[in-house]
Every structure is written in C-alpha cells, then in structure tokens.
Write a protein that binds this ligand. Structure first.
Ligand code: GLU
Length: 275
C-alpha cells in the first residue's frame, strides 16, 4: 500500500509552497489508491505554537485536502525518539557534544585542512566528560560518522536518494556529525522524522528539494536503526515573482491571507497546476 505524508512544522502560517507540497503528496496518494497522512512536526517546542497548528488544519481543509485522524504530533511521542536514541547510543554511534555554536564555528575554521564545511567531532576524554556532566553542563547528542562508517563498512551500501533517478548516491558525510538530540529539546529533526516515517509505514516521502540534503542523513539513520527505507521524491520549489522561494515570513503569500484577499481554493489549485 502506497503511504505518503505531509509533515509541516507549526512555526508559522502555511504559504503557497506548502500548498504545492501538500497537494503533490495528496494527489500522488490518490492516484496510487494509497493513504495520505498529515503529521505535525512540533518537536521544536521553542518555536511551535498552537495557533499555527490550528491554522494548518484550517488551511489544508480549505484547500480541499482530507487526512487520516488522529494526526500524529511529534511532541506527544518523546518516548519513541528516546528509544531510538538509546539504541544508537548503545551501539556506540553517538557522542555527547558540549560545544556552543560559537565553539563549533571556531573548530570548523581552525580545522587542520582549513575550514571544514561541516562539523566532525569526537567524544571527550572520559574524565573530562564525567566532570562536565557532574557540573551539569548541557550537551547535545551527535551521530559519529566515523562510528557509523565502521559499523556499515562504508556508506556505499546506502543506495540512491531519489526514486526514478538513481544517479545521486547517499553521502551522509556531506552533513557532518549531525545533532540527534538538542541541548534544549530532547530530540532533533532527523531522528524524529526517520522514526515517524517508519512507525507510520510511510512508503513514499514526497517533499521539496529544500529537504534533499536531509535525505542523505535520513538514509543513514534508517540503515543504522534497521528501519525500512521509503522511496523519495523531491519536487521543485515554487518561487514568487521576485524569483525567491516562499518563506514563512512572506505574509502576503500565506494561505490565510490569500483567502482573505478573496482567492478561492479552486483558483489556487489551478495556479499551482492541480486544476
Ligand atoms: N517538518 C519539516 C518542515 O516543515 C518537513 C519534514 C519532512 O518533510 O521530512 O520543513
């Protein structure tokens, strides 16, 4: 059974780009006779707001979409993410990172071969780690690419990133040692997405090209956690008249302001190529 999802974060109002993404996934599910899931990615409790979540339901219903209920909200499933994190930790694939953003930027610039574009770190010596933990210093959990490569015997076996266009091999090293649990929030985006896609039986991840880079690391996490790998389709991003992609800050292009300006869902669907 074909299962796909639209997974917005309630950190702002949905705009035309979201509408395009949601419609692309929704129509793909309909054409395949499959299921369409809506998932609310609200693990970032510092930025998520209930009024934005309410607006997601309202805007998508206005657009004519229907989804299964109950909707999975990431903030209600911390135990699932903690279990995945604990498994990776038990497998020796994570390390605690106490560095601040500034220290990370400095480490990247002073790397032996000039500036690194991504961060690669290492666990602290045990005595220092124990002391910093005892002092109550906050830390993030990072995935060790070195440990992951050892575990999998390299990354060649991860396969390709895009359905139907197999040319781009997964290269998680491009993302560096990603954070899987933040200092302030107990989990980070990549881990929550991979766990949820697997738990929800998602067979096709259909999302914008802005998330293409994320797919490299998500493929790696699936391999390390023994999870099935969905097929990925990354659609092109809509741009406004100024040639820039829509962003949550562009108030005039939010679905609610288009609605207030008198646009009908049929007009918008047509404009987005779903007429
Ligand atoms: N929650 C992410 C976002 O709003 C999307 C995650 C995904 O589709 O994998 O950008």
């Amino acid at each position: 059974m074909f299962v796909t999802r639209f997974a917005p974060s309630p950190t702002g109002y949905l705009h035309k780009g979201h509408a395009f993404s949601a419609l692309t996934a929704f129509e793909a599910a309909r054409e395949a006779g499959g299921r369409f899931i809506l998932r609310v990615e609200d693990i970032d409790t510092t930025r998520s707001r209930p009024e934005f979540e309410a607006a997601i339901y309202e805007d998508l219903a206005w657009l004519g979409l229907a989804w299964e209920t109950p909707v999975r909200r990431q903030s209600e499933h911390a135990a699932d993410y903690q279990a995945a994190l604990a498994r990776l930790e038990a497998d020796g694939l994570l390390y605690r990172c106490f560095r601040t953003r500034r220290e990370i930027a400095e480490a990247m610039v002073s790397a032996p071969h000039g500036a690194m574009d991504v961060f690669r770190g290492a666990p602290l010596p045990p005595a220092e780690e124990t002391a910093r933990l005892a002092a109550g210093e906050p830390f993030a959990w990072r995935l060790s690419l070195d440990a992951a490569a050892r575990r999998l015997g390299g990354f060649e076996g991860l396969g390709f990133l895009e359905e139907g266009q197999g040319a781009v091999a997964a290269r998680p090293e491009l993302g560096g040692d990603v954070v899987l649990a933040r200092k302030d929030v107990g989990v980070a985006y990549h881990l929550a997405v991979v766990v949820d896609d697997a738990l929800q039986g998602v067979t096709h991840v259909i999302r914008g090209r802005d998330l293409f880079e994320a797919t490299h690391v998500q493929r790696l996490l699936q391999a390390l956690l023994g999870l099935p790998t969905p097929a990925y389709r990354h659609h092109g991003l809509l741009v406004g008249p100024d040639g820039k992609r829509f962003a949550k800050r562009d108030r005039a292009q939010t679905l609610r302001s288009l609605r207030e300006q008198g646009m009908s869902p049929a007009d918008l669907r047509k404009e987005l190529g779903f007429g």
